[in-house]
Design a protein around this ligand. Structure first.
Ligand code: S3P
Ligand code: PEP
Length: 433
């Protein structure tokens, strides 16, 4: 993929459905009784991996490729069947970690594997709490790495009160899902509140689940019922167009129907602090998840400090926030973000290395980065490391740089945003190419 400097991005469009909500709608729909009807499902490779895993456990899922309506014929908490082969989660950490919780409660043995990136990501963070609940999980290569084999829990699962070291919705959700199968109440406390889509959707489906401050508690025994789920647009995908609209001179972009759940809206708080010219219009609820239209205009930005409880609300947006910081006046400090090291790539290292190559003033720290804006960027050849967020962040950087930027392994955007380059084109990003 080759990108050059752009001007005047204009248009109204929608980003695809939220990845986190799409995954959960399939998983929880499978565990509910009756039909779950999903609209605006994300047809990204990660969510398609979730569909294929649940199909191989006997769940009938109606989905026509190219259409975003999906029907899940749920079979209840005990309706999954032993899969024929290995469950392949592809590139999706969310699929592997949430399914670990579900599979821990089943009466059959299963093995999950994924691609080379998944095989490097830490699964000990779900193996440990689930084992405390009585789950039997074996890391085949050892060290808490995938592939993982999950065998039936001999004495069944037990409720625990778990204090998590990390603010991670994947860890929290895995424990809560196992809690549906436990013999007593389960609670998870995290250092900061992470995205709460699991809590919202399980509650709607009938689970007895409550949140108080940073603790979520679930009771076993509830019967889940199928639901109608309108998936809002993914704010993590909108983030690239928020950045492009703010930074490409002369731009004005309206992104319709974006999920702005308060556990996900950190990027909006950051651009506000940066002095961005934007508005959130038409705020509404789509089945308990709040959505709105985001109007973005070209702006002069100033630096910000980002850390603490803000981090989980924008964790996947940090790579593109780093790009924005290169164009903001002053020094931006991003801290408390060491989770970035265990995503699809080490996102601190990859951003710092490549933005430095392009000419940015950026330094890696133990838990984040420090970026002084104002140095012009020059196009370069950037390897995405097969990480979708890296590919999309450097595509935006390419629109703001002198010369040409070439993204290697650019196709990985299909993980969360298959039409990313098409949507950029529609807004006029390739007029100069
Ligand atoms: O629960 C989810 O859907 C997700 C949680 C986050 O991961 P962590 O739970 O590891 O922070 C996020 O980075 C990921 O893209 C999706
Ligand atoms: C980290 C991500 O996803 P996952 O953990 O599901 O692979 C992401 O989409 O940025």
């Amino acid at each position: 993929m080759i990108l050059k400097r752009a001007h005047n991005l204009k248009g109204t469009f929608q980003v695809p459905g939220d990845k986190s909500i799409s995954h959960r709608s399939v998983m929880f729909g499978a565990l509910a009784m009756g039909t779950t009807q999903i609209t605006n499902f994300l047809e990204g490779a990660d969510c398609l991996s979730t569909i294929s895993c649940f199909r191989s456990m006997g769940i009938q899922i109606e989905h026509t490729p190219g259409l975003t309506n999906v029907l899940i014929h749920g079979k209840g908490l005990h309706g999954l069947k032993k899969p024929e082969g290995i469950l392949d989660v592809g590139n999706s950490g969310t699929t592997m970690r949430l399914m670990s919780g579900i599979l821990s409660g089943q009466s059959f043995e299963s093995t999950m594997n994924g691609d080379s990136s998944i095989q490097k990501r830490p699964m000990g963070r779900v193996i440990d709490p689930l084992s405390q609940m009585g789950a039997v999980i074996h890391s085949i290569p050892g060290g808490g790495l995938a592939p993982l084999t999950i065998s039936p829990a001999k004495g069944g699962l037990h409720g625990i009160n778990y204090l998590s070291r990390v603010a991670s919705a994947q860890v929290k959700s895995a424990i809560l899902l196992a809690g549906l199968y436990a013999d007593s109440k389960t609670s998870v406390t995290e250092p900061y509140v992470s995205r709460n889509h699991t809590e919202i959707m399980l509650k709607r489906m009938g689970a007895d689940i409550r949140s108080e401050s940073t603790t979520v508690t679930i009771l076993p025994g509830a019967k889940l019922t199928g639901d109608t789920i309108e998936v809002p647009g993914d704010i993590s995908s909108a983030a690239y167009f928020i950045a492009a609209g703010l930074l490409v001179p002369g731009s004005e972009i309206l992104i319709e129907n974006v999920g702005i759940n308060s556990t996900r809206d950190g990027i909006l708080r950051v651009i506000k602090a940066m002095g961005a010219d934007f508005e959130i219009l038409n705020i509404r609820n789509t089945d308990s998840e709040t959505a709105g239209d985001i109007l973005i205009r070209y702006s002069e930005l100033k630096a910000v400090e980002i850390g603490g409880d803000l981090i989980p609300t924008l964790i996947d947006e940090i790579p593109v926030i780093a790009v924005m910081a290169c164009f903001a006046k002053g020094t931006t400090v991003i801290k408390d973000a060491s989770e970035l090291k265990v995503k699809e790539s080490n996102r601190i290292d990859v951003m710092v290395k490549n933005l430095s190559i392009m000419g940015a003033d950026i330094t890696a720290t133990e838990d984040g980065m420090i970026i002084t804006g104002g140095k012009p960027l020059t196009g370069a050849t950037i390897d995405s490391m097969e990480d979708h967020r890296i590919a999309m962040s450097f595509a935006i950087a390419g629109l703001l740089s002198d010369g040409e930027t070439t993204i290697k392994n650019a196709i990985c955007v299909n993980i969360s945003y298959p039409n990313f380059y098409k949507d950029l084109e529609r807004l006029g990003a390739f007029k100069n190419n």
